[in-house]
Design a protein around this ligand. Structure first.
Ligand code: SF4
Length: 145
């Protein structure tokens, strides 16, 4: 049940979602950066406070983060922050950096061949597709050559 707002300074008074259907923040299935609620959250001035409040939650979008994003944060992984409108090359660059850092975190050299199963582990941990992982890997190996 929502906590009643009792103070004029409560940050929730600035929440952009107050003017929208709350069901939008509880969509079914996995959603990406173009989810309508995420697009609205991206314009919200209290996004940080909302994301902090929602971190322990397991349902819904809080501060522009869905459960998949929060799960990554809880495990100490910075989730991909592809805001709507982020250029594709910037999205690829960020994903490449994320993959590189995660391979390092798992104890492997991102510029060397990986043991079986590590690619799938990275894809699952970062919740990226196989094609996105392969593309990031190719770019990392190219930059090392
Ligand atoms: S960040 Fe999103 S969910 Fe949170 S208050 Fe703002 S619009 Fe609502």
């Amino acid at each position: 049940m929502p906590t009643p707002i009792t103070s004029r300074d409560d940050w929730r008074l600035q929440a952009v979602c107050r003017d929208h259907d709350p069901d939008m923040w509880f969509p079914n299935g996995v959603h990406g950066p173009n989810d309508p609620a995420k697009i609205i959250c991206a314009t919200c001035p209290v996004r940080t406070q909302c994301a902090e409040l929602g971190l322990p939650e397991h349902f819904g979008i809080w501060g522009g983060l869905n459960e998949a994003d929060r799960d990554l944060i809880r495990r100490g992984i910075t989730p991909p922050r592809d805001e709507p409108g982020t250029p594709r090359n910037e999205q690829s660059r960020r994903r490449q950096e994320l993959v590189r850092n995660h391979i390092l975190r798992l104890g492997y050299d991102p510029e060397k061949p990986l043991p079986n199963g590590i690619g799938v582990r990275v894809e699952e941990d970062l919740q990226i597709s196989h094609a996105q992982f392969q593309s990031a890997r190719r770019a990392i190996l190219r930059s090392a050559a």
